[in-house]
Design a protein around this ligand. Structure first.
Ligand SMILES: *[C@@H]1O[C@H](CO)[C@@H](O)[C@H](O)[C@H]1NC(C)=O
Ligand SMILES: *[C@@H]1O[C@H](CO)[C@@H](O)[C@H](O)[C@H]1NC(C)=O
Ligand SMILES: *[C@@H]1O[C@H](CO)[C@@H](O)[C@H](O)[C@H]1NC(C)=O
Length: 235
């Protein structure tokens, strides 16, 4: 009747399948025994073969990887002394004043993306900046660098900026070196903190943080001066 139905799978065992018990299609006891013997021989052989394949390919891969490193195909382990000499990691502190000039004849903080319509918090606004960095709060003091990058208003219910910028120094031994800062700036908090994520020149391998305190902020003109204390590890 159902000759074409050769096999019905009962996941929880044949004892729960009375219809299968007496089925003509079931392999005979002898056949089952022979199959079991074959399986008992074949499985270890196949498994052993697969295992040797796997382990040899793994060993091969790790050997090749080791060689690749030594050969410098696209990456290799360096001796730190060769790159850094006897230099040791040191911690430096910089106290700077950051001038966000949004108005007047020569603004350095310029709106490049307008906030979305109707946002009370100016959500979506982006400013590109090339702000002066001085040693004191008076913007006419000696320029030691510029903060170049942008900030974006990324909170819908408060003023909370994403800042991405390079502190490019132009003075003394730091001339030409830079520190990169990327972080969150909830501008109305008394103290904000942003990570130093890297640097160039004397600031290679830089990591650290900047603490920000608003010195002056003129809501009418948008001009702001912010004190930055930057703590940075570098070589
Ligand atoms: C903003 O600051 C700059 C630089 O100090 C100044 O020239 C400008 O007049 C200021 N804007 C206003 C409206 O005071
Ligand atoms: C924003 O509002 C202004 C003025 O009502 C309108 O001209 C402009 O198309 C709006 N922009 C968007 C993106 O909705
Ligand atoms: C900083 O470096 C630039 C480029 O090398 C140079 O033109 C400038 O005079 C240097 N400034 C100072 C203050 O040393």
């Amino acid at each position: 009747m159902h000759d074409n139905i050769f096999y019905i799978y009962y996941p929880y065992g044949a004892s729960n399948s009375p219809s299968a018990e007496n089925s003509r299609e079931r392999p005979s006891r002898q056949e089952t025994k022979r199959m079991a013997t074959k399986t008992a021989i074949l499985v270890p052989i196949l498994f052993g073969f697969a295992w040797s394949l796997l382990s040899s390919s793994f060993l091969g891969a790790s050997a090749a990887g080791g060689q690749g490193e030594a050969d410098g195909i696209f990456g290799r382990t360096l001796n730190q002394k060769k790159l850094l000499g006897s230099r040791k990691e040191k911690l430096s502190h910089f106290k700077l004043y950051w001038h966000d000039v949004a108005s007047g004849k020569n603004p350095t903080s310029i709106s490049v993306v307008k906030p979305i319509n109707g946002s009370q918090t100016f959500f979506g606004a982006v400013n590109m900046i090339d702000n002066a960095l001085t040693l004191g709060s008076d913007p006419s003091l000696k320029l030691v660098g510029r903060a170049q990058g942008f900030y974006a208003q990324t909170a819908q219910d408060q003023v909370d900026l994403l800042m991405a910028k390079n502190f490019a120094f132009v003075e003394g031994k730091y001339n030409g070196s830079s520190i990169t800062v990327l972080g969150r700036n909830p501008v109305f908090d008394a103290v904000r903190e942003m990570p130093v994520v890297g640097g160039s020149g004397l600031f290679r391998f830089a990591h650290g943080y900047a603490q920000l305190r608003t010195h002056t902020f003129d809501l009418k003109t948008g001009n702001a001066t912010v004190e930055y204390n930057i703590y940075v590890f570098h070589y």
